[in-house]
Write a protein that binds this ligand. Structure first.
Ligand code: V55
Length: 271
């Protein structure tokens, strides 16, 4: 499939979606939300895709919601605004957040406002040292909505989250890594390589197990300890039923063959 606002590349079981409105610094307009819904639906059902990478074309990662096309132009037609918002929420929270595959944000440049919503729900984020981050909503009279305030309040320390929300100050990639908004920062020319190294490591894992790890983590975030203990046990039993106890292979490689060290590497699995 091809998209008006996205580039989609598949190589070595890694799908890369590139937001492609570089002249608008990859701001998200209503069309981009529709395109992301369709692209993520395709990624989800593509058994040939093991890892998803999302990045931006040109000097930007994503400038947030398109101020004119998403906010201003839809301001007089509540129906259109609601439709665009629904599409945005669908791809960010209905699809990306719960995608049963690992997702990596490759933050190549400007990352602002609404971009934080989907950056926050990617499993990993690696930033180029020249990336810049900010919640500029307060600077022009709106609040960080669409889950942005909630997500930074869960992902970051309250001091850092409120600093971003209330000052609207842009921060460097180094500062973003200090706040743990991203896992790490690397030189711009190393970004792709670092992301692909991480993707290669994730590709070695049993994808079923990885999907369960992710689902349990996401759901646990909303549960009490009592509930989480029960949920984790139940999900473990479900994985044993669905995944045919491939962990027995790992234990045999470790205990009998001495060919595998659980603390240091991935077991050789066959489903
Ligand atoms: C923002 C983000 C949204 C939205 C309204 O602050 C405002 C940004 C991620 O969705 O629907």
């Amino acid at each position: 499939m091809s998209y008006e606002t996205l580039l989609v590349d598949k190589a070595d079981e890694i799908t890369t979606i590139t937001l492609n409105r570089p002249r608008a610094k990859n701001a998200m307009n209503p069309q981009m939300h529709l395109d992301m819904c369709a692209a993520l639906a395709e990624v989800e059902r593509d058994d040939g895709c093991r890892v998803l990478v999302i990045t931006g074309a040109g000097d930007s990662f994503c400038a947030g919601m398109d101020v004119k096309e998403y906010f201003y132009d839809t301001d007089k037609s509540p129906g259109e605004r609601a439709a665009a918002r629904k599409a945005a929420f669908e791809w960010m929270f209905g699809r990306l957040r719960v995608l049963p595959k690992p997702t990596i944000a490759a933050v190549n440049g400007w990352c602002f406002g609404g971009a934080f919503a989907w950056l926050s729900v990617c499993d990993f984020a690696i930033a180029s040292e020249n990336a810049k981050f900010g919640l500029s909503e307060v600077n022009w009279g709106i609040i960080p909505a669409g889950g942005v305030t909630k997500l930074v309040s869960t992902l970051l320390a309250p001091r850092d989250a409120l600093y971003l929300v209330m000052t609207g100050r842009p921060v460097s990639a180094r500062k973003a890594a200090e706040m743990r908004l991203v896992n790490e920062t690397v030189a711009p020319e190393k970004l792709r390589e670092t992301v692909l190294d991480l993707a290669a490591e994730l590709k070695k894992k049993n994808p079923t197990v990885l999907a369960y790890c992710k689902e349990v983590f996401r759901v646990d975030q909303t549960l009490s300890l009592e509930e989480a203990l029960a949920f984790e046990s139940a999900k473990w039993m479900e994985l044993d039923a669905v995944g045919k106890k491939t962990w027995h292979q790992g234990v045999e490689q470790f205990k009998q063959e001495r060919s595998y060290r659980p603390g240091l590497e991935t077991y050789r699995w066959k489903s």
